[in-house]
Ligand binder design. Structure first.
Ligand code: ADP
Ligand code: MG
Length: 223
């Protein structure tokens, strides 16, 4: 079976004034479809950087990022945008919902720029709302939702484009552990539904949800 996404010999160097920061140093990493991989490592070890590169938010200094065997670093800006929009779902620690939109509208946002009819968008959003157990929260605004509920809206929003790759950066970082467990169980179930999922975290207690744990230290994979 072919990996869904693969980083080959990837190096990322940031310039901060005259100083250079090696955020990733010759990383080799892959995710299969239906696999949930946890990237574990302390703050500053390069976890977010890798997620950004996998999701096409940034490009590596050296190396390849292969999505279904195609090197995305060779793509033009238009193909990158299409990739981010159609194939990748991002879930962040700060869920960054739009305050003056309701839960259901927040979930729909990624499809507003598309040609999909609005009733179809609403139907999809409602299905997702049910899937993340928020059915009766449809018309609530973010400020009327708990942290865990907001994160579930964030997950549903990431899923509305039906991405094959789900990237979650510290998705439980702002939540108590019981709520964090609900979120991780949900991500696990979604992965079984066909996506490849990468979760970056420094929380060791999340290990039990992973099919595989990859450890990062100072921009390198240590196990
Ligand atoms: P983690 O997510 O594991 O905390 P990051 O990937 O955010 O780690 O950061 C890895 C290293 O790269 C850190 O030293 C960080 O300061 C640096 N870094 C990250 N983003 C930038 C940037 N945009 N400009 C300069 N340095 C950065
Ligand atoms: Mg980070």
């Amino acid at each position: 079976m072919e990996p869904l996404i693969e980083a080959k010999n990837v190096t990322k160097i940031y310039s901060r004034g005259s100083e250079k920061v090696i955020a990733l140093n010759k990383i080799n990493f892959q995710v299969m479809p239906n696999e949930l991989v946890i990237i574990m490592g302390p703050s500053g070890s390069g976890k977010s950087t890798l997620l950004h590169l996998l999701g096409g938010l940034d490009t590596p200094t050296e190396g390849q990022i292969l999505f279904k065997g195609e090197d995305i670093t060779q793509w033009n800006e238009k193909k990158y945008t299409e990739y981010r929009r159609n194939h990748v779902g991002f879930i962040f620690q700060s869920w960054e919902l739009i305050e003056n939109l309701t839960a259901i509208e927040n979930i729909e946002v990624p499809l507003y720029p598309t040609k999909i009819p609005s009733d179809e968008i609403r139907a999809r959003a409602m299905r997702l709302l049910r899937q993340v157990d928020l059915y009766e929260r449809e018309h609530h605004f973010p400020s009327q939702l708990s942290g865990g509920e907001q994160q579930r809206v964030g997950i549903a929003r990431a899923l509305i484009t039906e991405p094959s790759l789900l990237l979650a950066d510290e998705p439980t970082g702002n939540l108590d552990s019981a709520t964090g467990d609900i979120i991780m169980r949900m991500l696990k179930k979604l992965t079984r539904g066909g996506t490849g999922t990468v979760v970056a975290t420094h929380d060791e207690s999340l290990r039990r949800y992973a099919d595989r744990v990859v450890r990062f230290l100072d921009g390198e994979i240590v196990t």
